[in-house]
Design a protein around this ligand. Structure first.
Ligand SMILES: Cc1ncc(COP(=O)(O)O)c(C=O)c1O
Length: 415
């Protein structure tokens, strides 16, 4: 039976009781049992974020220019601080969005319109050439804009293979893509080589730093070996970077940046042919939560460079311990050489999805890669809390799988 709107309302207390009871059936993310979806650095930052978000709970970032200069100022300052972080030239521009998908769709649309103008080909259909490991958001954007996405196999190190990508480029290619890092394997693609390719072929290189954008610069500052991925690479035209992932701001918050104003020009939507006059929005959405803007600004100001470096230190030491723990389990191996906090591990000896099934039964929601089969986690400090418990459960699960002998898992990889 379809649920209907209740005839009369209930008290706040009654509702909160019910919502909390509903939550009891959710994955226990606070103890690191969700392989992705949630991010946390420290309790102090979490509390600051909540306070900042609720301070601007009702305001609307759509009205930033006219009604809420406070929101506009915070948005502009977030973009400026991030542009500096990504070594952008002085006239580079950017905007906040509500997520990685929106940032990517914005960049794809700006690239399409810029390329059509450059090539004086307003009807050019266009294609995007990317490694097979790039996020589905590129296909989502392509679907909306009737573009084609061509995915090239990754190399043996699971990074984008520039030669395999170049083989897919033709006269209709508009954009090439590199990830920093890609979601499936957590490795940063060879952005310098892709930048050179983009320059040589006159193409727009988008770097999808949705995952790594606000972690990689600080990991580098603390001495980690992080390949260059930002505007210091000459061929990079645009970058997407999510604040609501490893920027540690609450959802919804992401950013997209363009190297030059002539490219940024195609990002916004400007329309006047309706009864209410000029309708100018920086992105495809209209109403946007000001809470996401305010909390992102507060996160930057609360942490500063030193705060982010400390988070990178804590997180990367945890990841080192995690990798060492996985490597110490006989039969498991980590795919490639993950640069940040996404790690996937598989096995040449048994079906690792069987391990995932046993882990699932113990309350660990599995994150899975299907090519090659692997167990996948995008981790933050929430996962550090249960490191020992997780590793002990994996070790025990591997033991069970070995004992059971050859058996195929029935679980399927689902994002
Ligand atoms: C590499 C990468 N790009 C883009 C996205 C899309 O981000 P969102 O889920 O915020 O739309 C993700 C999400 O995990 C991602 O891992």
């Amino acid at each position: 039976m379809r649920k209907e709107l209740p005839r009369t309302g209930r008290t706040k207390e009654a509702l909160l009781d019910e919502m909390r009871a509903m939550k009891a059936g959710d994955t226990d993310w606070q103890r690191g049992r969700a392989p992705l979806f949630v991010f946390k650095a420290t309790q102090e930052l979490y509390e600051t974020n909540r306070a900042a978000f609720f301070e601007f709970f009702t305001e609307n970032a759509l009205g930033g220019r006219r009604a809420f200069p406070s929101v506009k100022r915070m948005e502009d300052e977030v973009v400026e601080m991030a542009l500096s972080l990504f070594n952008a030239p002085p006239d580079a521009q950017g905007t906040m969005t509500t997520g990685g998908t929106e940032s990517i769709i914005q960049a794809v649309q700006a690239c399409r319109d810029w390329t059509r103008k450059q090539r004086k080909a307003p009807r050019l259909r266009g294609n995007i050439v990317a490694a097979e490991s790039v996020h589905p958001a590129f296909n989502k954007g392509a679907k909306l804009m009737d573009l084609e996405v061509r995915r090239a196999p990754v190399g043996l190190d699971f990074r984008a293979d520039p030669a395999a990508m170049e083989a897919l480029i033709d006269d209709e290619t508009m954009m090439i893509v590199g990830s920093a890092p890609c979601f499936p394997y957590g490795v940063i693609d060879p952005i310098e080589t892709l930048g050179a390719l983009a320059e040589r072929r006159g193409l727009w290189l988008h770097v999808d730093a949705c995952v790594g954008g606000y972690l990689a610069p600080f990991a580098k500052m603390i001495g980690r070996d992080i390949p260059v991925f930002d505007f210091s690479v000459p061929g990079v035209s645009s970058i997407s970077a999510d604040l609501h992932k490893f920027g540690f701001a609450p959802k919804p918050a992401s950013t997209v940046f363009y190297r030059t104003p002539d490219k940024a020009e195609f990002n916004s939507f400007d329309f006047s042919d309706w009864p209410n006059g000029r309708f100018l929005t920086p992105t495809i959405v209209g109403t946007r939560p000001a809470g996401g803007v305010a909390a992102s600004w507060a996160t930057f100001e609360f942490l500063g460079v030193e705060g982010y470096k400390q988070i990178a230190r804590d997180l990367m030491s945890f990841i080192d311990a995690y990798k060492a723990g996985i490597r110490a389990i006989d039969g498991l191996e980590i795919l490639g050489n993950p640069h940040l906090s996404i790690v996937a591990y598989g096995s040449k000896e048994f079906d690792v999805f069987r391990v995932a099934e046993i882990m699932h039964a113990k309350g660990w929601l599995p994150g899975l890669v299907q090519k090659p089969k692997a167990i996948h986690r995008m981790m933050s400090m929430i996962h550090a809390v249960s490191l020992d418990e997780y590793l002990a459960d994996v070790r025990a699960a591997v033991g069970v799988v070995r004992q059971q002998g050859p058996q195929q898992a029935s679980i399927k990889a689902t994002y």
